[in-house]
Design a protein around this ligand. Sequence first.
Ligand SMILES: Nc1nc2c(c(=O)[nH]1)N[C@H]1C(S)=C(S)[C@@H](COP(=O)(O)OP(=O)(O)OC[C@H]3O[C@@H](n4cnc5c(=O)[nH]c(N)nc54)[C@H](O)[C@@H]3O)O[C@H]1N2
Ligand SMILES: Nc1nc2c(c(=O)[nH]1)N[C@H]1C(S)=C(S)[C@@H](COP(=O)(O)OP(=O)(O)OC[C@H]3O[C@@H](n4cnc5c(=O)[nH]c(N)nc54)[C@H](O)[C@@H]3O)O[C@H]1N2
Ligand SMILES: [Mo]
Length: 921
Amino acid sequence: MTKIKFELDGQQVEANAGETIWQVAKRHQKEIPHLCYSPEPDYRPDGNCRACMVEIEGERVLAASCKRTPSVGMKVKTESARAVAAQKMVMELLVADQPARETSHDPDSKFWHWAEKVEVTESRFPAAERWQGDTSHPAMSVNLDACIQCGLCVRACREVQVNDVIGMAYRNAGAKIVFDFDDPMGESTCVACGECVQACPTGALMPSVMLDEKQTRVTYADKKVDSLCPFCGVGCQVTYQVKDEKVIYAEGRDGPANHNRLCVKGRFGFDYIHHPHRLTKPLVRLPNAKKDANDQVDPANPFTHFREASWDEALDIAAKGLVKIRDEKGVKALAGFGSAKGSNEEAYLFQKLVRTGFGSNNVDHCTRLCHASSVAALMEGLNSGAVSAPFAAAMDAEVIVVIGANPTVNHPVAATYLKNAAKRGAKLIVMDPRWQALSRHAWRHLAFKPGSDVAMLNAMLHTIITEGLTDQQYIAGYTEGFDELAERIKEFPPEKMEAICGIPAETLKEVARTYARSQASIIFWGMGISQHIHGTDNARCLIALALTTGQVGRPGTGLHPLRGQNNVQGASDAGLIPMFLPDYQPVGRTDLREPFEKLWHQDLDPVRGLTVVEIMNAIHAGQINGMYIEGENPAMSDPDLQHARHALAMLDHLVVQDLFVTETAFHADVILPASAFAEKSGTFTNTDRRVQIAREVIRPPGDARQDLWIIQEIGKRMGLPWNYDGPADVFTEMTQVMPSLKNITWERLVREGAVTYPVDDPNKPGNEIIFTTGFPTESGRGKIVPAKVIAPDEVPDAEYPMVLSTGRVLEHWHTGSMTRRASVLDQIEPEAVAFMSPKDMRKLSVWPGDFIKLETRRGAVEVKVRSDRDVPENMVFMPFCYAEAAANLLTNPALDPFGKIPEFKFCAVRAEKLALQSAAE
Ligand SMILES: Nc1nc2c(c(=O)[nH]1)N[C@H]1C(S)=C(S)[C@@H](COP(=O)(O)OP(=O)(O)OC[C@H]3O[C@@H](n4cnc5c(=O)[nH]c(N)nc54)[C@H](O)[C@@H]3O)O[C@H]1N2
Ligand SMILES: Nc1nc2c(c(=O)[nH]1)N[C@H]1C(S)=C(S)[C@@H](COP(=O)(O)OP(=O)(O)OC[C@H]3O[C@@H](n4cnc5c(=O)[nH]c(N)nc54)[C@H](O)[C@@H]3O)O[C@H]1N2
Ligand SMILES: [Mo]
C-alpha cells in the first residue's frame, strides 16, 4: 500500500492509506485533544467538537485532525500558537456550560481530563441554561447540563449498536439529544445496551448504578478486573469495577467477540451475585421436611426445610448418600447434571466424576434442551458439532440467513454485527414465524407457519436443484449423498410446500436463488430450528443448503448455530454428554476409550448414558435414585414440569450445587453454596470456538466455595485419588486427551486472553474459519442427509386451539434464578407475561395487563397478557423465566429421536380470560 509522506510539527512522517492526521500523530506519541472522537472503541470521526483543530500550512482555516487525512507534502502543526489557541478556546466555551468540576457528575471524565491537560478548567463566558436531569430509566441517568453535543451517543446508538433510539433534535440553543420523540429515556424504546453511556465523554449519560444516593455523582472503584460476561454464548470481554468487595459496574473491553460492546445483561445484570438470597453456608435437609413435588420454594423465605451445616458435614452427607446408592443399587442408579454456566475445567471434572466416581455415562447438561439436535445433524454430516465460522463472518457476507433465532434479544452483541452488515448492504433474510427487531433490517422476513421448517427449506433445495443453482464442483469435490437428495427433493416443489409452510412459492424461489447465487452466504440458527421433534431434520436441511451451494468454508459463508449459554460449547467439548467422552469421542469405541482409561487409571463404561429427559423418566421408573446437579435448574427448565418436579422429589438422594435455593435445590437433601462467575477463574468457550480466560473479580460470599473445589471434594469422598491444584492443573490434563485444545496452554490463554481452536501452531492464531478443504469425516466429505416433513407432536384441535411457543426476553436469563435477582433487569421486566397478537386478544376480549389462563394437556398457569404485533395469529408466546407462571408446566416433553431434545417450540394450548378477582388472589 502506498504511504503518504507529510510533515508533522517539523518531522517527516508517513500515513497509511485512510489514516487521519490524529491517528498518525497518536502513532508518534502526540495526543491531540479530542472529545467527539473516540479512537477506542473506534467510532466514525465526526469532527464536530473542534477540540482537535490543527494548522495546515497554506490553509486559511484550521482543520479537524480526527477527520482530515493528510496529503503528500502537507505541513501540519498541532502545537502552533494558532492551533493551541483554538483548542483552548473550544474547551473554554464548553467549560462555560458545564457544572463546575467539583460538583460535576463525573469529575474524572474524559472531558475534565482534557480540560486539565489543555489548562482550561474555568471559563470567562456566561453559562447556558441548565437542563433538567432525567432519571426515568432504572439503569442510566441523563444529565444534559453536562452534554457537549458531541454526538458520540448518537453514533453509539445508531451506527454501532444500531438501535436507533437517540437522535439530535431542535435547533440552535435548544438543540439537544433526545430519545425517540423526546420521550423520557425510561419510556423510550431504549434497550439499555449502555453503549451511549460508555461513549459519553462528559458524564451527561451515566450508569445510575454507579451514582451516589442523590443520583448525581459517580462513585469510583477501588480496583478493576478483566474478565468475561456470565450470560450468553457471545463471550463478551468485560472489565469489572469493584468497590469494597462489591462489583459496582461492568464495562465492555476490546475482546475479539465484542469490541467493547455489551448488552443490558452484561453491563447492568451483574448484581445477582450480591443478592441477599445468595447461599453462604452449606444446607442440609431437616429430617421432618418431606419432599413434595407440589411444594414450592418461597423466594422470600427460601431456607425453610433446611439447616446450616459445616462443609465437612455437608460434603460427607452428600458423598455418602451417593456412595450408598452406588454400592447398594448399582452404578446406573446415579446420574449427574453438570453446568454450561461453569468453566471448561469444572465441566471436565464433573463428567470425570460421573464416569469414574459414579461409574456410568449418566451425565448430561442443558445442551440437551438446546442445540442437541443441531449437534446430532452436524456430527452426522460433518463429524463436528461446532460452528464453521465466527458470527463476525457476517461482516464479509453478501447474504445472511437468520432462522429460528432472535439475536437482538438472545445474542444482542452478535446482533449488532448483523445489523452493521445489513447497513453496509448485505441482504438479511429472517425466517421466523414471529417477527422480531431484526426484521426491520431485513431484506425479506418469511413469517412461515411454526413447525414447518422442513417444508420451507426443502422447497428452497428443490428450487436450487431444479434451476441448476448448485455448485457442482463443490458437490463433486467435498460432499456425498447429493444424488439421493436430488431424488428425494422431487416431492417438495415450492408450489406444493406453499400450503404447508404458508409462504408463496415465488418468495421461496426468490430467497433460494438469492442464497445460492450470492458470493458468500452464511446461515445463523437457534432454538426455533432445534427445539422440535424434527429438530435434527431441520438442521439437516440447513446443512444441505450450504453443501449443495458450496456456501461454507470461505470468508463470509458458513453454518453457525448460535450457542446459548456462556460455556455450552466448552461444556459439550469437555464431555458433559452421555454418549461422548471429551471432544465427542464415542463412549462405545474401545480405541478412543483406552487413552482415557489409561489417563484416569480405571475401566470406563462402554454403554452410553441417559439424557436429561430420559433421566427424569428413569427416576419415575425407579431406575435412578440419586443425583448430583451442579448449576442447572431442571425444576424450571425441563419440559412438563409436573413430571420433572415429581422425579426430583422422588429421589432418595439429591445434591444440588448452586448460588441460590432454586426450584431444583428446594428438593435437595444437601445444598452446596457455590461461587458465582465473578468469583472464580477458568476458561470458557464461546459460540465462535473461542477459548477465553475469566478471572476472579471478588471472593465468594460467606462460606461459599469454588465449584471446582466442591466437585473435587465430592470426588475424593467417593474414593477418587484427586489432587488438583486449581483450574490451570485441570486444564493441563484436558489438553492431554482433547485434540481440540492442541497448541493452547493455560499460559497462552493468560497471555492472549482468547484463542480460537483449532490451532495449528503454538505461535499462530487459531483458525476462525474451518472446513476450508473438506470435512473431518472418514471420507473427508460432508454428508448430505435428506429430510421429510413431519408434523409437530401435538397439533391444535378443538379443545386446545392455539399454538404455544416458548422462548426468552432480553432482560431475563432462562429460569430467572440470576436475572430476577439482578436489580436493573428485574425493574425493567418485573412480572410474568405472555405475548399475543392484538387480534387474538380481541377474540378473547382481553386488554393488555389482563390476566389469562393458559392450559395444555399437562398443566395450567395464570399470567398477564401483553399485546405484541410480532406474534402471529393463533399463537401465544411465553418466556420460561417466571417461577410464578412457569411456562414449562405447559410444554410437551415429546423428543426428537436423534438429538433427544423436547419440543419446547410447539404444543397445543387453550387461552381464556380470567375474572379480575382471580388474578388478584
Ligand atoms: N436474554 C436472554 N438471552 C439468552 C438466553 C436467555 O435465557 N435470555 N438464553 C441463551 C440460550 S441457552 C440460548 S439456547 C439462546 C437461544 O436463542 P434463540 O435461539 O434466539 O432463542 P428463542 O427465543 O428460544 O427462539 C428463537 C426463535 O425461534 C422462533 N421459532 C418458534 N417456532 C419456530 C419454528 O417452528 N421454526 C423456526 N424456524 N423458528 C421458530 C421464535 O419465534 C424465536 O424468535 O439464547 C441465549 N441467550
Ligand atoms: N420452555 C422452554 N424451556 C427451555 C427452553 C425454551 O426455549 N423453552 N430452552 C432450553 C435451553 S436452550 C436451555 S440452555 C435450558 C437452560 O436450563 P438451565 O441450565 O437449567 O437454566 P439456568 O437458569 O441457566 O440454570 C443455571 C443455574 O445455575 C446457577 N448458576 C449460575 N452460575 C453458577 C455458577 O457459577 N456455579 C453454580 N454452581 N451455579 C451457577 C443458576 O443460579 C441457575 O440455577 O433451558 C431449556 N428450557
Ligand atoms: Mo440453550
